[in-house]
Design a binder for this molecule. Sequence first.
Ligand SMILES: Nc1nc2c(ncn2[C@@H]2O[C@H](COP(=O)(O)OP(=O)(O)OP(=O)(O)O)[C@@H](O)[C@H]2O)c(=O)[nH]1
Ligand SMILES: [Mg+2]
Length: 421
Amino acid sequence: MSDTIYALSSGRPPAAIAVMRVSGPGALYTARALAGRLPETRRAALRALRDGEGRLLDRALVLVFPGPDSATGEDLVELHLHGGRAVVAVVEQALAALGLRRAEAGEFTRRALVNGRIDLAQAEGLADLLAAETEAQRVQAIGAAEGMVSTLVRGWSERVFALSAEVEAALDFAEEDDVAVDLGDTGRAVAALRAEIEEVLARPAAERLRDGLRVVLAGPPNAGKSTLLNLLAGREAAIVSPVAGTTRDVIEVPVVGEGVAYVLADTAGLVVASADPIEAMGVERARAAAQVADIVVWLGDDAPPGEAVWVWARADAAGRGEPPEGVDVVTSSTQPGTIATLWRVIAARAAGLLPQEDRPSLNERQRALAGEAAAELVSEDDPLLLAERLRQARVLLARVTGADATEAMLDALFGRFCIGK
Ligand SMILES: Nc1nc2c(ncn2[C@@H]2O[C@H](COP(=O)(O)OP(=O)(O)OP(=O)(O)O)[C@@H](O)[C@H]2O)c(=O)[nH]1
Ligand SMILES: [Mg+2]
């Protein structure tokens, strides 16, 4: 039996309204103790909240959601208080005096999960939704929270189940009539399902959108990398100077461009061999950053290594001449339009690297499990082996939605939530 918890679920006071949520077996008792007669279920009503001595604490809207059809699956009460600090404090004191405990981060959602109101993939979606800062992140997160990932994976699971049943039936039949088992059709269906799962696994990971695409500016010293970073970021994040080798460390700036989150990284100029050990370390870091980049923006005069966006910077500088053949964008710190063009080129590259909003994309945890499940989906000549593989695949798929989530996993997930959610 869980205890009854409370938390301020709205933002930090002072605010116009403070929403105090109470969940657990004692929620209705608590609401009666504070507010007297309770309003009709799911209907807001104004009540005077009083402590044990009858002292008026606040006049608040009271909402009652009886379990199990509530957000947490338990009896749940919301008190919409006046949003002053002292109001919140005195109501919290009254709740504590009634024997309630302050909720931990994400505990309301954790109870929703434990009580089967949502599954693990939906809880992960909710965590992402709370953290969402861009429109694209919101769309993806709300899809997962609404069960888009869960529905996809359950669909796979149901098909594996049906295939298992086919194998079992074939086995029974073969045993009764003493004939060889023909699993040709089943084998083809297994392969088709595997291909479908692999198609989803080939899509970009959900984290790309959530954590931001890594765009790394790289090139020779003094090419104008730091200048470009500052222009793209819209602030003076990195030091710019005419001295070659100004930037040593990797400087990261989170930026939102046209609704997509990026992490822009400025790096040290790439010199072939540096006598300066610190510069050499900077070059090492620059190379490492470029390796893990989603998009490299290359500012060299020579063609970029790999698939970088090739920028010919400092176009207005004296004696700069004409850009070489094959350059993607020509920029100049004196012409803002060139920076806008660079943003468009980056956005076009990004579009191919990001999950599509209207299709479910899996996060790393989900991908690992789905990948293992797909690996089990191979046709076996021996029906007993095939049956065992299908059983394994179902166990793995069930873990995507969290049939057997461990406490450590839940602690990590709900640690990302705020208190009151
Ligand atoms: N005229 C002109 N000068 C620029 C432009 N961009 C950068 N510069 C100048 O070029 C010099 C080098 O610029 P930085 O942005 O520091 O170059 P960097 O690539 O970061 O250099 P390191 O950090 O040393 O590798 C500075 O004096 C800048 O003012 C530009 O678009 N036009
Ligand atoms: Mg620099």
